[in-house]
Ligand binder design. Sequence first.
Ligand SMILES: [Zn+2]
Length: 242
Amino acid sequence: MSFEELVTRWDNFLSKLKDRFHEVLNQAEEPLNEVINNLQYDNIIIHNIKTGLHNQTVMQLMEKAEQGWDKMDSEMMKFGKIFWGQKSDQHRKLDDFREWLNTEFFKFEIDIYAKAARKILDNVKKHIDESKLHRCTQCGAELPINVYSFVALNMKCESCGSVNTYQPDDRIRALEYYVINNLAEEYAMDAKIKAKYDNNAQKEYYTMYYTYLMENVPDKKDFYKRDMDERVNNPFFSNVSF
Ligand SMILES: [Zn+2]
C-alpha cells in the first residue's frame, strides 16, 4: 500500500464514522418524535434519551476514531521516515472529526430540546385559563399581569383597591426552565457554535440568549440584564463550553 492509499483509507474510515453518526440519529428520530408528542410539562425523559444517544454517537465513535488513529499511526511508521508535517496533517483529521462530532451533536441536542419546549408550551396553553388566572379575586376585574409571569406579585386592583397575591402556577414556573430557556438556546445556537473559535462571538451569544429571555420573561428583565452584563463584561469568560 502506498502512503496515498493509506491516507485514503484513513479518510474513508472517518467518513464512515460520520455516516454511522447520522444513521444512529436517523434511527432515533421516529421514536424520539413519539416521546416528544407524549410530553406533558417537563422534559426529563429527553435528558435520559439524550445521554443514551450521546454515548452511542459521540463517545463510541470517538473511541473508534482513536483506535483507528492508533492503527494509522503504526501503518505510517512502516514508511520509515515520514515528515512530521505529514503525520500532523493526518492527526488533524482526528481533531477535526472530534470537533465535527461535538458540534453536530450540540445542534441535535438544541433541536430536540426546542421541539420538546414547543410541545410543553402547547400543553400549558391548552390547560391554562388565562382569563381566570389574572382576575381580581374580589371583584373580577382584570389585573395587569403578563400571561407568563414567573414571579409572585402583590398587586392592587385598580377597580376595588383590594390587594391580590399572584402566584404563578407550577406549570407556568416550569415554562421558564423547560421552554423559554431552551428556545433562547435555539435562538442563539449559531453564535454559540461560532464562539468556540471566536471570542467576539461569545458576547454575541450571551447578548442573543439574554435578549430572548428579557423579551419573553418581562417580569425578570432586570435580573437577566444584570446576568447578561456580568457575562458580557467578564474577562474570565474567555471560552464557551459545550
Ligand atoms: Zn378588584
